[in-house]
Ligand binder design. Structure first.
Ligand code: F6R
Length: 244
C-alpha cells in the first residue's frame, strides 16, 4: 500500500525498468503484458521518463496487450491501439513489430483462429515476464468477466453491463458501447511469471478486498490471482481501505 497512486506507479515502473535491464544484460528480450484504462497511465508516463532521462532502451521489449473492444478500428478514438500509441508506444523505442494488441477488425468467422494465434505468439516469445493489470468493478482482469474459467485462453467475450456502463462515457452513451471484446484468458494471465495489479481510489476498495481476501470463485475472476506465486497488488490507501 503506497501513499499515493503516483508512488505506486513509480514503484511498478521502476520494477519494470529493472527487469528490462536485467533481461537485456542476459541477452534476452523482456516480454511485457500491458493493460489500458485510466489506472496504468502513470506507469507508462514514468517509463517514458526513465527511457528519456535514464537511457532505458526498450529495443528488446516485446509487448502483448490484454484486450481490445470488438469490433474496433485501430484509429477510432476509443481503440486500445490508439490508447497505447498515445500513452506509451509513440514515446519509446519498442519496435512496432514487437507490439501485439488484439485486432478488433478481425471478422467474426476468423476470430477463434486469431485468438489461438495470439496465444501461440505469446508462447513463441517465451511467455510473459511481467503482466500489468488493472481491475474492473466486476472483478474482471483483462475482460475476463464473472463466470470466466481459471484455464480460459484468449477469446471473444461478452462484456458485463457494469463494465459497459463504466465505458459508456467514452462511447457517447451505452447504446454505442461495444458488447464484445477480445481478451487474454485467465489461464493466459496466470502463466505470466510476475503479475502486478494496480488499483487506485475508493471505488476500487470493495473489489480489491474481495479479490485479495475473499474465497476463490469464478464470480470474482481476480480471486484466481491468489493461486499465483508472484503476484502483487500496488494500491493507494483509498483502494486498500476495505482490507482487514
Ligand atoms: C484494460 C483492462 C481492464 C481494466 C479495468 C480497470 O486493458 O483489461 O481490465 O484494467 O477495467 O479500468 P480502469 O483502469 O479504467 O479503472
Amino acid at each position: 500500500v503506497f501513499g499515493s497512486d503516483v508512488d505506486a506507479s513509480q514503484s511498478v515502473a521502476s520494477e519494470i525498468a529493472a527487469l528490462i535491464r536485467q533481461r537485456a544484460a542476459e541477452g534476452e528480450s523482456c516480454v511485457l503484458g500491458l493493460a489500458t484504462g485510466s489506472t496504468p497511465v502513470r506507469v507508462y508516463r514514468e517509463l517514458i521518463r526513465i527511457h528519456r532521462e535514464e537511457n532505458l532502451s526498450m529495443k528488446h521489449v516485446v509487448t502483448f496487450n490484454l484486450d481490445e473492444y470488438f469490433p474496433m478500428q485501430p484509429d477510432a478514438a476509443q481503440s486500445y491501439v490508439r490508447f497505447m500509441n498515445e500513452q506509451l508506444f509513440d514515446h519509446v523505442d519498442i519496435p512496432r513489430s514487437s507490439i501485439h494488441i488484439p485486432d478488433g477488425t478481425i471478422g467474426r468467422d476468423g476470430v477463434d483462429e486469431y485468438c489461438q494465434q495470439y496465444e501461440d505468439a505469446i508462447n513463441v516469445a517465451g511467455g510473459i515476464d511481467l503482466q500489468l493489470l488493472g481491475i474492473g468493478r466486476t472483478g474482471h482482469v483483462g475482460f475476463n468477466e464473472p463466470g470466466s474459467e481459471v484455464d480460459s485462453a484468449t477469446r471473444l467475450v461478452e462484456l458485463c453491463d457494469i463494465t459497459r456502463s463504466d465505458a459508456a462515457n467514452d462511447f457517447g452513451g451505452l447504446d454505442n458501447t461495444p458488447e464484445l471484446a477480445i481478451t487474454m484468458g485467465v489461464g493466459t494471465i496466470l502463466r505470466s511469471r510476475r503479475i502486478r495489479l494496480l488499483a487506485f481510489g475508493q471505488h476500487k476498495s470493495a473489489i480489491v478486498a474481495r479479490s485479495v481476501q475473499g474465497e476463490i470463485t469464478d464470480s470474482v475472476p481476480a480471486t484466481y490471482l491468489q493461486g499465483h506465486d508472484d503476484v502483487q497488488f500496488a494500491l493507494d490507501s483509498a483502494a486498500a481501505s476495505t482490507l482487514d
